[in-house]
Every structure is written in C-alpha cells, then in structure tokens.
Design a protein around this ligand. Structure first.
Ligand SMILES: [Fe+2]
Length: 216
C-alpha cells in the first residue's frame, strides 16, 4: 500500500542528562553535606520528616564553587548544541531540596530564566525520578484509550535519576517530583541559568532597520 513510512518528530523538547565525573561528585557531595549540616544547625528545628529547603543564593557561596563550575560547563555544551554563540550567562539561583521519605514536589516551572536543572547528591531507590509534563494542554482535549503508553501519546515522561547526575531542561518545561517512596532522604540541588545583561543585549530587536537615505 505504501512505499515507505516515516514518523518524524518535530519541535522536540530537550532534557539533558550529564553524568558528573566521580572525583568531582565526591567533592561536591562532601561540601554539600557539610553545608546542609551547618545550615540546619543554624536554623530552628523544623517539623520532623518535613521537606527542607536551603536559602536560594548558594551559587554565591565558596563551598558550591565546583558545582557552579560544573553547571557552567554543562551550559556551554548546551549552548553549543543549540547554536547560541555566547558564554555571557549566570547561575541566578541555587538551592538544596532535602526530601525525606513520603515528601514530594508539585508541578512547576522556573520563570524568568532560560535553563533550569537539578544535581542529585542522593537519589534513593523509590525516590529516584523526575517527571516532565507536556505543556501543550490541547493534546488532552481528545484522549482515546491507548493500548500502550508511548512517547507519542503520553503527557508525562518519567526520567530516572541517580546520584552524581546533572539534569538540565528549558525553564518553561513543567516538571514535578513524585513522592519519595524510598527509605532515605533524597537530596538535590536545583538551579537556574539566565543570559547576563538580557535587557541590554538579547531582548533588543534581531532585525536591522536602515534609515540611511539612498544616495541620489
Ligand atoms: Fe523545579
């Protein structure tokens, strides 16, 4: 009936998975764990078993220098892949999420940034995934009974994660963390990346408008 059939996927959503070098992971994790202990000791005791989040300016602190450097290296690789010829970007925010068993994080995006991501210090079995949700709400208007879930008919895709992994994605892509069903804390460090001087550079018109009168 047909010569050939091709299914092409247009406008794919990128999610980048980086495996950080083991020696770097050891340094980052050691410093992160020490910082967590120090920060939590300085705070009033929270509710036992509740989610804990650190301040959101960790990118400015010396002990997270290796992680910022790692994120910057990953961002440069992504920019090369996306054909973005600049290295003028900043890690604009960075914070730790410590999620004991049973805790989760609802769907959200990261406004006013270009890239976002998470580095995993720990990812216990049962608490080792991030789920991305298709932002095209129209795809759910007609939703037949599918015999099998595939990339072409699902609205949510679960990505398994492991300690030492760096996951990055466009900041507009909704995502959530399912409940930690493991029996240990899930510790992750989330961050945002944005172009430096966005208002002065990238947001300016891309076209040129030549008002020079023609010579007669
Ligand atoms: Fe997030």
């Amino acid at each position: 009936m047909f010569g050939e059939k091709d299914t092409i996927q247009i406008f794919p959503y990128p999610v980048w998975l980086f495996s950080v070098d083991a020696d770097r992971v050891e340094t980052i994790n050691q410093k992160a764990n020490a910082a967590i202990t120090q920060m939590r000791q300085a705070e009033p005791p929270g509710i036992p078993g509740a989610h804990w989040q650190s301040p959101n300016d960790l990118q400015a602190r010396d002990e997270f220098g290796e992680l910022v450097e790692t994120i910057s290296g990953a961002t440069k690789e992504i920019f090369t892949e996306l054909r973005i010829p600049t290295d003028a970007f900043l890690v604009t925010g960075m914070w730790i999420n410590l999620r004991p068993p049973g805790t989760q994080h609802p769907a959200h995006t990261h406004p006013n940034n270009y890239l976002s991501g998470t580095y995993y210090v720990t990812a216990p079995s049962g608490g080792d995934a991030i789920v991305f949700r298709d932002p095209r709400v129209e795809t759910n208007i007609i939703s037949p009974q599918f015999s099998e879930q595939t990339e072409l008919n699902t609205r949510e895709i679960m990505v398994p994660v492991e300690p030492g992994m760096l996951v990055m994605f466009p900041s507009w892509l909704p995502h959530f963390v399912p409940p930690n069903q493991g029996n240990a804390d899930r510790i992750s460090i989330s961050f945002n990346v944005m172009f430096e001087s966005y208002g002065e550079t990238i947001s300016r018109p891309k076209w040129t408008f030549d008002q020079t009168p023609e010579e007669s």
